[in-house]
Design a protein around this ligand. Structure first.
Ligand SMILES: Cc1ncc(COP(=O)(O)O)c(C=O)c1O
Length: 459
């Protein structure tokens, strides 16, 4: 018999206590933080779902790798172990370490970007978009229509719209498109996966116009596991084989190792083109470090190499994907509106449907985020008009397209009972939502205001 209960596929050897606070304490702490959970001390948070990036628990073997790290400036043995691990998955010729994902993006777009250039993607993550726009180039999001509807269920809501890609190439001019990107999974669209068929279709368009295809591969293993579960023809293949097939369609990739390499810091660029790789390495030396360490220590390279082996373990991925799905499904059963189906690394509450009477200028997502903290010491993040809202010339808010609350699940950090606790807290906030009236901003910085803004509740 195959047991129905999916267990955490690890034993816990080292624990980090979490601090319990009372509601009265949290009320005071939240006032001190200007009702902005970004400004809370992490120590005052019971369950921290701010991000899944760099928050993974490392394994005993990764910690052993930390002790084994070779800190030689050039040609360290840890680099060669790292290079081998990345090559095994990506099959790419040139592997260039960087200190995190955005450093890889910075190098890539400093070389291929610039004014008059256009970079299509399913949805650019915000650092990718920022690195493109910083060079004067333009970033285009060509997500399939179903990916834009939180309430619609589909297997591969991260897919790129291939017809739109062809129109985009013809409109912008093939000579102005240095590469096309696909982000797996699609973080900004709710952690939704991209199908192998879609990757093949995008590759075919790229081949037709002779455009290189790059992957933003932060969550390649989660994406590969979704393909195994959902795409015909892949159930018998291993996740490693599926990942290898994904990368076989690409000419290059950027990766934030802080996600699917299960480490707290790290990233890389991988690509086949030797001339481009030489340019990247030259820039790497100026900005990150010698090509065999990038911006990392030898010990970090060891941890990434080990993490890449562990992340394709299917017991791990089953636990990972099913625990996020379990959380999502319980919320849906309780009536809580979320982006459906649950994604790979996070659950996104649809704050517009959760609080239909709180208008965007009263920031419904922020209200939910604050109440989750007050009710249970849970920290989530608003992804709506606080983060993306703009003002028109009369100072009136132009709201974001969606009002979401993201609860990103750190890898291997929380157990089933933490998730059950979370469900209880979220359902309580949902069932008492009538008391939530919204917030107003009392201070905001001119850029990226969500990090430092201060708020007050409206009555
Ligand atoms: C899809 C995607 N690309 C790029 C990045 C940037 O990676 P990093 O935070 O390591 O710079 C992230 C980080 O969250 C991401 O989710």
């Amino acid at each position: 018999m195959k047991p129905k209960t999916i267990i955490e596929p690890f034993k816990i050897k080292s624990v980090e206590p979490i601090r319990f606070t009372t509601r009265e304490e949290r009320e005071k702490l939240l006032i001190d933080a200007g009702y902005n959970p970004f400004l809370l001390h992490a120590d005052d948070v019971l369950i921290d779902l701010l991000t899944d990036s760099g928050t993974s628990a490392m394994s005993a073997k990764q910690w052993a790798g930390i002790m084994n790290g070779d800190e030689s400036y050039a040609g360290s043995k840890s680099f060669y172990r790292f290079e081998e691990a990345v090559k095994k998955i990506t099959g790419m010729k040139n592997i260039i370490p960087t200190h995190q994902g955005r450093a890889a993006e910075k190098i890539l777009f400093s070389v291929v970007g610039g004014k008059g250039k256009f970079i299509p993607n399913n949805t650019h993550f915000d650092t990718t978009r920022a690195n493109i726009e910083f060079t004067g180039a333009e970033a285009g999001d060509l997500l399939t229509e179903v990916g834009k509807h939180p309430e619609m269920r589909a297997d591969f809501k991260g897919n790129m719209d291939v017809e739109k890609l062809e129109d985009y190439i013809n409109e912008k001019g093939v000579e102005n498109i240095p590469l096309c990107m696909i982000t797996i999974t699609n973080n900004s669209g709710g952690g939704q996966p991209v199908s192998m068929q879609n990757i093949r279709d995008v590759r075919a368009v790229c081949d037709k116009y002779n455009i290189p295809l790059f992957l933003d591969a932060c969550r390649f293993a989660e994406n590969a596991y979704f393909i195994k579960l959902r795409e015909p023809g892949y159930s018998e293949k291993s996740v490693l084989e599926i990942a290898q097939e994904i990368f076989s369609y690409a000419d290059g990739a950027t990766m934030s190792a802080k996600k699917d390499a299960l480490v707290n810091i790290g990233g890389f660029l991988a690509l086949n083109d030797d001339n481009l790789a030489m340019e990247f390495r030259n820039l790497l030396i100026v900005t990150e470090g010698f090509p065999t360490y990038g911006g990392l220590a030898g010990r970090d390279l060891e941890a990434v190499a080990q993490g890449l082996e562990e992340v394709v373990d299917e017991h791990y991925l089953e636990y990972r994907i099913k625990s996020v799905e379990y959380l999502g499904n319980k919320l849906v059963e309780g009536g809580v509106p979320i982006i459906e189906p649950p994604g790979g690394h996070a659950i996104y509450i649809d704050a517009k449907r959760f609080l239909p009477d709180v208008s965007p200028d009263k920031y419904p997502g922020q209200s939910i985020v604050c109440e989750l903290y007050l009710e249970g010491g849970v920290r989530a993040v608003e992804i709506g008009s606080v983060m993306f809202g703009k003002y028109n010339k009369n100072g009136k808010l132009i709201p974001a397209m969606m009002e979401l609350v993201r609860m990103a699940i750190p890898r291997r950090v929380y157990t089933q009972s933490h998730v059950d606790f979370l469900i209880e807290i979220i359902l309580e906030v949902y069932n008492t939502r009538k008391k939530l009236k919204g917030y107003k901003i009392t201070y905001e910085a001119p850029m990226l205001r969500h990090f430092t803004a201060r708020f007050e509740p409206v009555s």
